[in-house]
Design a protein around this ligand. Structure first.
Ligand code: ZN
Length: 133
C-alpha cells in the first residue's frame, strides 16, 4: 500500500548551484548529500513537512539523469511514493500492464529500496516506489 508522497526528484546540473534556491529563497535546510551508485547520481535532500525534495546531479555521463538533462534540461524528474510492500506494488503494476524499469528493487538513497515504473506506462511521469529497509 502506498503511504504518502515520499519525495519529488528534481534533475539539476549542479547541486552546489541549485541548493542556493532551496536554502536562500525557500529557506529549507539541506539534510544530507549522498551518492547513489546504482543510479550514478549525487543526491541532496531537503525536507518540507513529511515530504522531501531530492536534487539529482549525475556523477557520470551514462547516468539516466544525465540523459534526462540532455533531453529536457533541469526540472522535475520523478515522483517517489513510499510503500510498505514494494514487491507487492511492483507485482500489481506489472499485472496491470505497467512497464517496470526495475523488476526487482535496487539500492536507493536514504536506506531505501527503490524501483522505477517507466513513464511510457504512467502517463509521462517517471514513478518511483520506495520502501524503508
Ligand atoms: Zn527518488
Amino acid at each position: 500500500m502506498l503511504k504518502k508522497i515520499d519525495h519529488i526528484g528534481i534533475a539539476v546540473y549542479s547541486i552546489e548551484k541549485a541548493r542556493n534556491f532551496y536554502e536562500d529563497v525557500l529557506g529549507l535546510k539541506c539534510e544530507r548529500i549522498e551518492e547513489v551508485h546504482s543510479q550514478k547520481v549525487r543526491t541532496a535532500f531537503f525536507t518540507v513537512g513529511e515530504t522531501h525534495i531530492e536534487l539529482l546531479e549525475p556523477t557520470d555521463p551514462s547516468s539516466p539523469v544525465a540523459r534526462f538533462l540532455e533531453q529536457k534540461g533541469e526540472g522535475i524528474h520523478h515522483i517517489g511514493y513510499l510503500s510498505d510492500d514494494i514487491e507487492g506494488q511492483l507485482e500489481q503494476a506489472e499485472k496491470k500492464g505497467c512497464t517496470l524499469i526495475n523488476p526487482t528493487p535496487v539500492e536507493g538513497a536514504g536506506e531505501k529500496r527503490i524501483a522505477f515504473l517507466h513513464p511510457k506506462s504512467t502517463h509521462g511521469v517517471l514513478t518511483e516506489i520506495c520502501e524503508k529497509k
